[in-house]
Design a protein. Sequence first.
Length: 396
Amino acid sequence: MNFEDYIKKDSQYHIHTYGRLPVLFTKGKGCTLWDISGKSYLDFLSGIGVTSVGHCHPAVIDAIKSQAEQLIHVSNLFYVAPQIELAEKLVNLSFGDKCFFANSGAEANEGAVKLVRKYSKTFLSGDKYEIITAYRSFHGRTMKMLAATGQPEKQKPFEPIPIGFKHIPLNDLSALREAITGRTCAVMLEPIQGEGGVYPCNFKYLQDVRCLCDEKGLLLILDEVQTGVGRTGKMFAYEHFDMEPDIISLAKGLGGGLPIGAFIAKDRIAKAFEPGDHGSTFGGGPVICAAALAVIKTIEEEGLIENSAKMGSLIEDKLNELSRNSSIIKEIRGKGLMVGIELEREIAKEVVSKCLSEGLIINNIGKKIIRFLPPLCVAEDDIDKAMKIFKKALLN
Ligand SMILES: *Cc1c(COP(=O)(O)O)cnc(C)c1O
């Protein structure tokens, strides 16, 4: 089949939930993708923050291959060796004591919310079930995570929306304080909001949220599905804020492109779950956990956290320079390799499409915000090349 055949069949056979960009990729290596015609592209999106160690990293391929040859699936009724090793690794790298594996970000968040509810019923008095999240947040596409997601326009078509979530403006501590009631059991925030437009929590805000949660006996869940696993120049974004959450969820960058979700919790909370309370048929399977272990090992061996921080500042410097020399950039936000650029005019979509035809993959959030999420292994040369294309697309 050629490209036109695929386009035709996609619209005929696939439910139309994605506004596809006019490219079909057939090959990837590191920061580069190739389309069906052989044209190459610099990938500054990484899936959407997924292919953290670059496309088709040899260590990830080897881990997948050798695990697939050994054992592809076994039920969670039994012990799963790579799952146990991955849990140990994530716990050692983080604030947490225990880990659970799901298949996606939404599912990881669902699990975290279930854990908080069970914890609340088991250890707290009164009927506490409500979770406070932020406007412009994004927590996933299941019905419950749609309810958690603080974007009313996304919820409207699917009403009635499950109850139990309340939304507040980010970085406004008194709004949070006022939203807390006798029914509140937790607060759930992204350290840097991703899909909502790359809006970071202020340093002091997140510290104050932690204190407020302690004062009121609430749990603090950080949704690190996008910010986790090196994206922001630290292994986990909470490390930037000199505080510790009670639970984090992970997904995007963890599996090297294979589907995985996880949540990590403190033991005093995790112990609310008993056998039968939660589970997954596929979650934490041997192949995906072997791949995730290879991803983390690669991040460590290749110094990709340091690279993420370093290349992130380089991008920021170049964007600041661009901003000084033109009046089109309103604000530059984010940390490490999670970069949001708010424009003065509603041209984000055109800029993305111009870049794409020039061989650079980036993303727009709405009409005014551009997002870069390059692989953590991105090099200076790649950034020079990308910035040239971006600058041209932005200014012409
Ligand atoms: C992408 C994302 C999700 C949803 O992840 P899926 O794997 O698509 O379910 C949840 N939270 C955040 C912060 C995300 O960026």
